[in-house]
Design a protein around this ligand. Structure first.
Ligand SMILES: Cc1cc2nc3c(=O)[nH]c(=O)nc-3n(C[C@H](O)[C@H](O)[C@H](O)COP(=O)(O)OP(=O)(O)OC[C@H]3O[C@@H](n4cnc5c(N)ncnc54)[C@H](O)[C@@H]3O)c2cc1C
Length: 353
């Protein structure tokens, strides 16, 4: 096959990286992204003149060598997560929070300087804008005599090779197939956990980091909630706290959630908590291009990295990538990068074979 046209479903880290790697090889590709933004589960909110807030992927470690190599290649720096030496622990609702010593971290966590979205914007900046189509949810894929036909709400594309970067569960539950994909793949994909897709992220920006004192901390672990974990999310002299809310609160109205978070923060910071500049949250279970409900439930990381995702389908014209398909650290940004590297080698094999 010479000069194939590659179509990439999804413009998250995996999809953008595949397009970037293909471009380096001189192979043209087009990305169809369902949302009105790129990044998928990487989503940095940027209130004006305040700290950037990660609603999705945030941390990486030195063991995540695939993503570290990519950051090096893109000239993007990492910064150590500020933890301080003390943290609040809220064991139960009938006792006040306690300030406890934090054990030294065996493996420090790092964040991406300027916000995780820097990876997305940097990759996108290397690509031809006209080859990235937003608001294009793929609805159906049909095998034709010469290739694959990809249908969205408004358009129909044909391509020699299609690569999906959708979470596997969405791939088999939200796309119509003709012919059907093999039963084994359908079965496993529908029971593949999409990492962090049930999470609720919550973040508040502040003028001053009042929690950085010997009597306080920006680190909170709570069994009471609604926020279960909170961390200092400051950078470049802009200050914020960010963490996770118990996912059971996804059914609570947004205004009530916010009120409950503030009531909880009063227990740690008193009325200083009210001095926030912005409050942001993201309920990922309400994002249809990330999450669909499980029936029956699955356990975290279930079927992540399953070998069924690593082989081509539909006469070797259809490939499956995305973080959950990775052989190392599936579910994480590192897995997304590994899966993009794997997809590239599969495409090169197809072209040259
Ligand atoms: C709250 C949260 C916190 C996280 N924290 C961390 C962390 O700290 N560290 C870490 O390493 N990882 C973390 N992750 C995981 C990390 O975000 C993912 O591993 C990574 O971003 C996955 O990238 P991806 O491109 O494989 O998938 P996605 O980002 O899910 O991209 C898939 C893309 O496909 C699009 N799409 C869906 N359906 C269609 C369709 N029908 N047609 C076209 N496009 C479609 C989606 O809109 C999306 O853009 C977190 C995730 C979440 C949600």
């Amino acid at each position: 096959m010479s000069k194939p046209d590659v179509l990439i479903m999804g413009g998250g880290l995996t999809g953008l990286l595949i397009a970037y790697l293909l471009q380096r090889e001189g192979v043209p590709s087009t990305i169809l992204e369902a949302r009105s933004r790129l990044g998928g589960r990487i989503h940095t909110m940027r209130p004006a003149h305040e700290a950037p807030l990660e609603m999705g992927a945030t941390w990486l470690g030195k063991k995540h060598h695939h993503v570290l190599n990519l950051l090096d290649d893109l000239d993007i720096e990492i910064v150590k997560q500020y933890m301080g030496t003390k943290g609040f622990y809220e064991p139960m609702s009938v006792t006040p929070p306690q300030l406890v010593d934090l054990p030294p971290a065996d493996e420090p966590s790092y964040r991406i300087a300027g916000g995780t979205e820097s990876i997305i914007t940097t990759l996108a900046a290397h690509l031809d804008e006209s080859r990235i189509q937003l608001n294009q949810p793929v609805k159906a894929i049909l095998k034709t005599g010469t290739g694959l036909e990809i249908q969205t709400d408004t358009d129909c594309f044909t391509s020699d090779i299609v690569v999906s970067t959708l979470p596997p569960k969405l791939l088999v539950e939200t796309i119509q197939w003709s012919p059907s994909l093999p039963n084994e793949l359908m079965e496993i994909a529908s029971k593949t956990h999409t990492w962090m897709a049930e999470s609720i992220k919550v973040a508040l920006t502040f003028e001053k980091p009042f929690w950085r004192s010997s009597e306080s901390s920006g680190t909170i672990f709570s069994n009471v909630g609604p926020v279960t974990e909170l961390y200092d999310h400051s950078g470049n002299n802009r200050y914020a706290l960010k963490g996770f809310m118990n996912s059971a609160y996804q059914t609570v109205p947004p205004e009530r959630r916010k009120q409950l978070v503030l009531e909880q923060l009063h227990r740690f910071y008193g009325h200083k908590a009210d001095s926030f500049l912005s409050y942001r949250e993201c309920v990922w279970a309400h994002e249809p291009f990330t999450f669909t409900p499980y029936q029956p439930p699955v356990v975290p990381h279930q079927n992540n990295g399953h070998p069924v995702f690593r082989q081509p389908y539909l006469d070797r014209r259809f490939l499956i990538a995305g973080s959950e398909t990775a052989s190392e650290f599936p579910g994480y940004m590192d897995g997304a990068v590994e899966s993009a590297n794997h997809a590239l080698s599969q495409i090169i094999d197809l072209i040259s074979g």
